[in-house]
Design a protein around this ligand. Structure first.
Ligand code: KG4
Ligand code: ZN
Length: 373
């Protein structure tokens, strides 16, 4: 089996780590030495072996509505939904991309981090496809996948790039020298993830699951200065690149309880806006500081929370002021999808990753530094 992938190769990606079943198809394009900057300017060197990627098509099925009444993802429900949705989702992705199954040169599948049972559905399916089609299989990291989503729209990352990864389960600052194989964590959350804070605050306000999109929408009609909620781990003695959101969530809960106990009406829009301001302020402040301190001039924001309107706007403002290049995927590619998994599989293969062994399994706690397994 020839496992070297190059220009023209097609990678099929499968995602099933949480509540979205995703399938995507990506074609490897031309090799790139230097990346695109802003307004056609030079954006610096790309990692060795970088190529452009072309998104051919992708399809998603979500079980989020089935979890809504529980206020969070129920693992057994998610696993069952993946089983039911996987085949139709895969077929729809191929139809959209206008690709036949026999055109695929490699398969990438999320093998972690995520929910064990949910991951297993994707891994088992990907192994079966790889065996049936006689193509190599790459078990890849979901978190690196989020960052790779950006390369589908904006080309290869410059080396190095600073990434702010903000999802439902993770909040991390990463130094990326080569997205296919060299990712180092500079800091992470010590308690809740940013998306988790959105989901918990939405729950206590009775707004349903997932919390991010609805808070984003309501916050746009509220006053971000209505309540000054705490900014976790921003004191002079705190570790500069770590995050904490559980104190913020508790502060919102206490504020709402106090209003309710006093019989006052809860100004939901103002609370959403004030909570969101605290999250965006901390995330962008630490991101810019980490880039400057590490001498990195390009930052990328990835993960579901990167779809957030206020985070995107404040990041733009602060990066412009600091002279940093900012890259953020379109909102539709920020949340979980199969295209980002195909993309990280392509980057890993191009960086020399060996295909996964037949014993490949799900690893719910896969560390972010392990791009391909
Ligand atoms: O990356 P993702 O799709 O799944 C994980 O890997 O966790 O992220 C999901 C998270 C959820 O917590 C959701 O509430 C949050 O991303 N999210 C948002 C927005 N859209 C999704 N948070 C803030 N604003 C949004 N627009
Ligand atoms: Zn995710």
């Amino acid at each position: 089996m020839n496992t070297r992938l190059g220009e023209g190769a097609i990678v099929f990606g499968l995602e099933s780590s949480c509540d979205e079943t995703g399938a995507g198809l990506v074609r490897i394009g031309e090799p790139v030495d230097r990346v695109d900057g802003i307004d056609g300017s030079d954006g610096g060197p790309a990692a060795a072996g970088s190529h452009r990627l072309e998104l051919l098509g992708h399809q998603l099925a979500s079980s989020s509505e089935q979890h809504a009444r529980f206020g969070g993802v129920v693992p057994e429900i998610a696993s069952r939904a993946h089983l039911e949705e996987l085949l139709p989702t895969v077929h729809a992705a191929f139809d959209k991309a206008g690709i036949r199954q026999r055109d695929v040169d490699a398969i990438a599948v999320t093998c972690g981090p995520g929910l064990a049972g949910a991951l297993l559905v994707g891994v088992a399916a990907a192994k079966a496809y790889a065996a049936a089609w006689g193509v190599p299989l790459f078990g890849v990291n979901h978190l690196a996948g989020h960052v790779a989503a950006d390369t589908l729209e904006h080309g290869p990352l410059p080396s190095p790039t600073l990434a702010l990864l903000v999802s439902g389960g993770h909040t991390q600052l990463l130094k990326i020298t080569d997205l296919g194989r060299d990712i180092v964590e500079l800091g992470s959350t010590v308690d809740d993830a940013a998306g988790e804070a959105y989901d918990k605050v939405a729950r206590l306000l009775g707004l349903g699951y997932p919390g991010g999109p609805v808070i984003d929408r309501l916050a746009a009609q509220g006053d971000p200065a209505a309540v000054r909620f705490p900014r976790g781990l921003t004191g002079p003695r705190d570790r500069p690149y770590d995050f904490s959101f559980s104190g913020l969530k508790t502060a919102v809960a206490r504020h709402v309880e106090t209003l309710r106990a006093g019989g006052a009406e809860v100004p939901v829009e103002d609370i959403c806006a004030s909570f969101q301001e605290a999250v965006a302020d901390v995330l962008t402040g630490k991101m810019v500081a980490a880039a400057m301190a590490n001498g990195i001039d390009t930052v990328v924001i990835a993960g579901g929370v990167a779809a957030n309107g206020r985070l995107r706007a404040l990041a733009r403002q602060r990066c412009d002021a600091a002279g940093l290049r900012l890259r953020v995927p379109s909102p539709g590619l920020c949340t979980d999808n199969g295209a980002m998994i195909a993309a990280v599989g392509a980057h890993a293969a191009l960086a020399g990753a060996a295909p996964s062994a037949e014993s490949l399994s799900a690893n719910p706690g896969l560390p972010v530094g392990t791009v391909a397994v």
